[in-house]
Design a protein around this ligand. Structure first.
Ligand code: NAD
Ligand code: UFG
Length: 349
């Protein structure tokens, strides 16, 4: 009998990581999560195990910080990994402007430590979570993988630097096989409503904020900018269902088995642009809740219209997003209504 391949998932307790780990388990992979739980809960790991049924036995979890090289060495010494999917990182744009060194230390040192340990153990296959943020303020849309890259803040710079580091290590050693996935705007949750996004503090992103308004945790959504040159004046983005995004990682893992992959980059989006007001309307329809709005000025640093060219991923990864915004909002609401306070409800006093 063939032994199942073991995949290491850094940041696997987080939003995108937990959904990807579930798809990995269901796809027959053995999966090991390392996560310091800085922005996540171990309950997510337990729920992923349950959702995977019998295959849940193929999941294990280590609470560790990627910068702790000795702890990471131990994990690599105990399991020969086929590949690593690297989600772990801090991701709040505003916080990165306030605390750049925290972001450079966590995201860059964490990644360098991981790459060193991988190389030392002969594991040279990597899938990395990059972001559409590396397109900066695109001059035109859809964004293709060849667009010029720029960074508008320290968070974005960590993504840009890590992409460059990956290209450099491949140039230095052609045994590496690396796929950089540039995500557009992940939203929604697993259709079970059992796992989903659970940000700490005030959400920075649109849909977690909308969700908290819908369950009564916040009074209204502030719409940042109503004077963009878009269909209704509000910002346009490419929202992608998190389960589609998770499946994109399985497609990337398969691609890593291909000969001559080198270091390649792929957009993961739907190729469709949706405005803030269209997204709110879709969520209101899915939830039956009215979302009060406060129209406000543009948020500094925001781009006007960003959406993906999906051509390369469709052609080379044989992957295409299946879900539209109605399904994204349905599943976001299903998760929100079942878990209005996320994984860990507030302690009553
Ligand atoms: P998340 O915060 O839910 O997950 C990240 C996980 O990494 C968390 O569980 C956190 O505890 C862990 N982590 C952070 N630093 C760590 C460290 N030093 N050691 C060990 N664990 C650590 O975020 P997410 O939305 O699931 O994002 C996953 C990845 O995708 C991130 O790299 C993020 O930058 C990238 N990304 C996210 C989006 C988005 O909108 N959610 C868009 C583009 C790219
Ligand atoms: N928006 C609001 N009100 C809010 C939050 C957002 O109107 O409370 C608007 C924004 O102005 C924007 C749209 O909703 O027009 C989407 O905003 P998000 O913050 O959800 O997403 P962004 O595209 O601005 O940024 C996100 C991540 C970045 C990442 C980028 C591309 O926050 O880290 O997607 O992947 F780089």
């Amino acid at each position: 009998m063939l032994m199942a391949k073991s995949i290491l998932v850094t940041g696997g307790a987080g939003y995108i990581g937990s959904h990807t780990v579930l798809q990995l388990l269901l796809g027959g992979y053995r999966t090991v999560i390392v996560d310091n739980l800085d922005n996540s809960s171990e309950i997510a790991v337990r729920r992923v195990k349950e959702l995977a049924g019998d295959l849940g036995k193929n999941l294990s979890f280590h609470k560790l910080d990627l910068r702790d090289k000795r702890a990471l060495e131990k994990v690599f010494a105990s399991t020969p990994f086929e590949a690593v999917i690297h989600f772990a990182g801090l991701k709040a744009v505003g916080e990165s402007v306030q605390k750049p060194l925290l972001y450079y230390d966590n995201n860059l040192v964490g990644t360098i430590t991981l790459l060193e340990v991988m190389a030392a153990h002969g594991c040279k296959k990597l899938v990395f979570s990059s972001s559409a943020t590396v397109y900066g303020w695109p001059k035109e849309v859809p964004c293709t993988e060849e667009f010029p890259l720029s960074a508008a803040n320290p968070y974005g710079r960590t993504k840009l630097f890590i992409e460059e580091i990956c290209r450099d290590i491949y140039s230095s050693d052609s045994e590496w096989k690396i796929i950089l996935l540039r995500y557009f705007n992940p939203v929604g949750a697993h259709p079970s409503g059992y796992i989903g996004e659970d940000p700490r503090g005030i959400p920075n992103n649109l849909m977690p904020f909308v969700q908290q308004v819908a369950v009564g945790r916040r009074p209204a959504l502030t719409v940042f900018g109503t004077d963009y040159s878009t269909k209704d004046g509000t910002g346009v983005r490419d929202y992608i269902h998190v389960v589609d995004l998770a499946d994109g990682h399985i497609a990337a893992l398969r691609k890593l088995d291909a000969a001559g992959i080198g270091c390649e980059v792929y957009n993961l989006g739907t190729g469709k642009g949706t405005s803030v007001l269209e997204m709110v309307a879709a969520f209101e329809k899915a939830s039956g809740k009215k979302i009060p709005l406060v129209m406000s000025a543009r948020r500094p640093g925001d781009a006007e219209i960003v959406y993906a060219s999906t051509h390369k991923a469709e052609k080379e990864l044989n992957w295409k997003a299946k879900y539209g915004i109605d399904e994204m909002c349905r599943d976001q609401w299903n998760w929100a209504s079942k878990n209005p306070y996320g994984y860990e409800p507030p302690k009553s006093n």
